[in-house]
Design a protein around this ligand. Sequence first.
Ligand code: SF4
Length: 560
Amino acid sequence: MTADKPLSNRDVRRAPLLDARAATRCPLRTHLMIEPPEHVVEQPLPVDVLVRIEEGRAFEDQVMAEVAAAVGDLPTLTGDEAATLAAMAAGVPVIPQAELRDHEGRRTGRPDLLVALPDPTPGGRTAYMPVEVKAHLVTAKAKGGSLGPLRACAHTDVADGLDPAAMAEVEGPWTRKRTDDLLQLAHYQRLLEHHGHAGPGWAGVIGSDRTLALVDLTAPTFQSWRNTTGRWSTLEKYDREFGFRLDVAALATDRVDGLTDEDPLVVPARSSECDRCRFEGVCTPRMEDADELTLLPKVTWDVRQRLHASGLTTRTALALADPTALPTKAIREAADHARVQTSGVPLAKVRGADVLELPRADVEVDVDMESTADGRVYLWGCLVTDRRAGTPPEYVPFVDFAPELDDTAVFVAFWDWLQRTRKAAIDAERSFAAYCWAGGGAEDRYLRLYGPRIGVDVESFITSPEWVDLHRVARAHVTTGGSLGLKVVAGRLGFQWRDDDPGGGQSMVWYGDAVAGSHEQQRRLLDYNADDVEATRWVRERLAEVWADLPRVGDLMPTG
Ligand code: SF4
């Protein structure tokens, strides 16, 4: 299955060559990169994104060095197209940092590695498979199943020559979330086809555990509500996605050159990509003006298209729709989010939440932890409130900023203090509860990591009524029309953080400085953590105070 020419409906010959990310990139971004809006305010990338990019590069350099050491004789190409073509023609077994272009298909790409396969192409040339290096796990088992059987080996096995077809299959460890990896590999496969050096469809990703996961780009893999004939292979999905971006790019080019005044093929639609896109400042106001459905949580482009097909084209229309006529639970929830967003209320009761079931105690401890990039907790922060005594809450941190972090010792100190505080409350015949804002379950996960390490029973504590996940409580009772993160919920209830830009990624940068001895950043991290535990206490107190006055989501109507 080859794509001899672009699967595009337009004359794309004047479009720029698109890179490997094009097929997964927001199509409007492709348009705006060619026809930029007048007033683009450059936004610096979030610090955590920059840190991840830097870590990704460092990981890639390390893996490439290990592969080079295993192979022993790697050519140095550094993105030279002529040298890449010469190396492929000579049948070099492993080619790093290749550069390939396809002017007919309007593609360009730089696969990290091209690895020769044992069987030549039908034309008698050396066949290659593309391999990418990624600083994430590629073999973690996905919750919702897998993308099918997987063949895998160590990354340095490329030195001995690989025959993916002869390797044993492992069932189901491929993570679902890496569509972008697969489409990137499909892009390189199409480039190899153009140059007559493609294999039958094998490709690989070296993940953060240095496993080389091999995938068959021709295997049925992707399902879509638009596809009624079964699953698409990665190559089929890629061709559709890439072909559409080519149409977008071709039209944008023609508009720039004054050859057409046809409207762009795409409109702004919210996705996770927007947060790190330079056009966000242009697109968000346009989405607000258009009352765009993708501004609602979990309304993806596909869901939006389904809603449009049923005549619901704006948040307001969805908010006004009869909930009993909406087809799925997810769409009914989206309609409730739309009611909150279009009515302008900061917080509303979810359906069925008539009574606030919020566990309270005489002695309450709010808990929040901060961890390093490699998952070690350096700070357990606690805010203890004796409600009967009526004394001000006290912040008690357990922290280690030493370069040689002893995270087990930090946990021992925290756990001992928590148990002593609990025992003192119970001995004084007072009730006790500890609270966290777990969301993704980090606190429970770390309790389960460190508890067995020091031989204490954390399980009976985690499952007891004394350990309360306030995020779960909030989710059962209120909606913001969007995120239920602590920052949003506490903010809607009037809480303000001392730091202008609190956030997990930012805190990792502060931590690096704190470990290097910066007292200012140590103080900042403690203040940040103290604000987080104060915020969970604030949510508990304020929610109890305002509960009776909160509107029900079903009663909300769009304003304006
Ligand atoms: S801000 Fe979002 S919608 Fe706009 S171009 Fe960027 S990713 Fe696309």
